[in-house]
Design a protein around this ligand. Structure first.
Ligand code: 5GP
Ligand code: MG
Length: 175
């Protein structure tokens, strides 16, 4: 038995949406020198496209968070594996997430960041799966709302594979 990826959101549509998110962020953060903080590893493709669509001075940092056991079920507990390197005190922070599912990871990141006294915090997420929410979190810049399916590609993995797919896909099981 194998897993076959089926395209859910094509790369052209992703590119249009990333440009539009960048346009909104650029308008809101002109003159503010924001720091974009990505949640690894899932954000890495989205983050790289997003920052290259932003024509304002900004810095980039990353948090390593771990919430999923192997496979597709959230464990609900979140651990910090890698903290960002540079101080965010007084900075305008934009948290960049691949997907908000139960909300546990994002809630954890926001709590962690709040202890570092940033000037402001907003959230940019490529995908939202609202049907699975357990912790209420608000997303300021959202790409797509997706159904309750397990998504891979464009940085998102299944057991670490499929991150390199250029489209957002769902996995179908081969007979
Ligand atoms: P949450 O803490 O909101 O339940 O989950 C957030 C993290 O779980 C995401 O950043 C992502 O790494 C992972 N995740 C949630 N849903 C999916 C999904 O459909 N596909 C993949 N590949 N990862 C997911
Ligand atoms: Mg993630």
């Amino acid at each position: 038995m194998g897993h076959r990826p089926k395209v859910l959101i094509h790369r052209a549509e992703i590119a249009r949406t990333v440009r539009s998110l960048a346009g909104r962020i650029q308008a809101d953060y002109a003159g503010k020198n924001p720091v974009l903080i990505g949640a690894l590893k899932g954000c890495f493709v989205f983050m790289s496209d997003l920052v290259r669509a932003l024509d304002i001075p900004l810095t980039v940092d990353f948090l390593g968070v771990f919430s999923y056991a192997a496979g597709t079920e959230s464990s609900g507990t979140v651990r910090l594996l890698h903290d960002f390197r540079n101080p965010v005190q007084g900075r305008h922070v934009v948290v960049v997430e691949d997907i908000v599912d139960t909300g546990c990871t994002l809630a954890f990141i926001l709590e962690h960041l709040k202890t570092k006294s940033p000037a402001s915090i907003r959230v940019c997420a490529l995908l939202d799966k609202p049907s699975r929410r357990r912790v209420p979190v608000s997303i300021d810049y959202l790409g797509f709302t997706v159904p309750n399916r397990f998504i891979v590609g464009y940085g998102l993995d299944f057991d670490e594979y499929f991150r390199n797919l250029p489209d957002l896909c769902v996995l179908e099981e081969d007979a």
